[in-house]
Design a protein around this ligand. Structure first.
Ligand SMILES: Nc1nc2c(ncn2[C@@H]2O[C@H](COP(=O)(O)OP(=O)(O)OP(=O)(O)O)[C@@H](O)[C@H]2O)c(=O)[nH]1
Ligand SMILES: [Mg+2]
Length: 357
């Protein structure tokens, strides 16, 4: 399973620059060579320091990181819901994504036109969020007559209708659905955009990446959503460099990891995901599960038969395994546990499932 994140923003804010850097990145795209589903959909691996260490312990031939997909669409402008700019028809391309990443321009560059003529992150964000809310209103208004009809003959549809009307009122008050208490599962079938988890990427000039005051101000604009600061232009240059040169460039602008790595990690967190690990001579692999998933659910991610025939899971936490140096040593130290079907997985569990088929 690879969950997906849709990239939105005004035109010329650096969405495609960021997207191209993401999908060209050798580390992030390891083993997911820019899986071209469509030209604007890219699958990237989530960077994870634990994987090479685990691969060394097991002598694994290859490493497969967890994956995230990103979907790039054309920029939207004020009035897009009424057809301004390219309109909002491209939003359909991100209806089925699991989260939204809004890119906001902070960088100054006289050669790159800003559609509103000035750099104003707060106003840009407002514009985009308004257009997304209007798109959701359109979706609701289009679906309402149909659901009303269904509710007349089928009582079970009444709860959907109620949720839709509440959502409509909430959006009309100018707020995103993610801030509402409406029972969102009822609305799932409509794929409403503002009901999805959001994260924000501020595309900042490299020279300003160290400006803590500025970052604090911008982060406050979007809190409690996560804010990521990066320079899309630098990110696109980084992916062309050798590891050594990339590290040097990063350090020269005061960063410890590429912004893309931060984005993949924060994206993962925003989606409420975590990873568990499997390892053997063939491969070391990170598997994606939701926070709170039990051992059989985790097994089901590998194969549905693993879930159906689940008996137990042999588990050692990554840190314990690394400290012991081998599974045998971890076992002799009593660090390897047998867990049953009620066990709730922890991030970094190294697992071997026992199952019947
Ligand atoms: N100086 C600077 N220029 C950037 C940066 N990111 C993007 N650009 C430039 O801005 C222009 C537009 O970038 P894109 O990535 O195509 O913008 P976009 O958001 O995808 O735009 P649309 O697809 O039109 O919505 C290009 O000329 C980029 O080189 C940045 O971080 N700094
Ligand atoms: Mg673009």
């Amino acid at each position: 399973m690879s969950l997906s994140i849709g990239i939105v923003g005004l035109p010329n804010v650096g969405k495609s620059t960021l997207f191209n850097a993401l999908t060209k990145n050798n580390v992030l795209a390891a083993n997911y060579p820019f899986a071209t589903i469509e030209p604007n959909v890219g699958v990237v691996g989530v960077p994870d320091d634990r994987l090479p260490k685990l691969a060394k312990i097991y002598g694994s031939e290859k490493i497969l990181p967890a994956a995230l997909s990103f979907v790039d669409i054309a920029g939207i402008v004020k009035g897009a819901s009424e057809g301004a700019g390219l309109g909002n028809k491209f939003l359909a391309n991100i209806r089925e994504t699991d989260a939204i990443c809004q890119v906001i321009r902070v960088f100054n560059d006289g050669d790159v036109v800003h559609v509103d003529g000035k750099i104003d992150p707060a106003s840009d964000m407002e514009t985009i969020n308004t257009e997304l809310a209007l798109a959701d209103l359109q979706t609701l208004e289009k679906a309402l007559p149909r659901i009303e009809k269904e509710a007349r003959v089928n009582k079970e549809r009444q709860s959907v209708l109620d949720a839709m009307k509440a959502a409509e009122a909430h959006l009309q008050s100018g707020k995103p659905l993610s801030s509402s208490k409406i029972d969102l599962p009822e609305l799932k079938e409509l794929h409403l955009l503002t009901a999805k988890p959001f994260l924000y990427v501020f595309n900042v000039d490299a020279a300003e990446l160290g400006d803590e005051e500025l970052k604090k101000k911008l982060a406050a604009l979007v809190a409690p959503a996560e804010a990521i600061f990066l320079d899309a232009k630098t990110e696109s240059e980084l992916v062309e460099l050798s590891d050594e040169d990339a590290l040097e460039l990063l350090q020269s602008i005061g960063l410890t990891e590429p912004g893309l790595a931060t984005l993949a990690r924060v994206g993962f967190k925003t989606l409420g995901l975590q990873t568990y690990l499997t390892a053997g001579p063939k491969e070391t692999r990170a598997w994606t599960i939701h926070n709170g998933d039990t051992a059989p659910m985790a097994a089901g991610v590998i194969h549905t038969d693993f879930q159906k025939g689940f008996i137990k899971a042999e588990i050692v936490s990554f840190d314990d395994l690394l400290e012991a140096g081998s599974v045998a040593d971890a076992k002799s130290k009593g660090k390897v546990r047998m867990e049953g079907k009620d066990y709730v997985m922890a991030d970094g569990d190294v697992v071997e499932f026992r199952f019947n088929v």
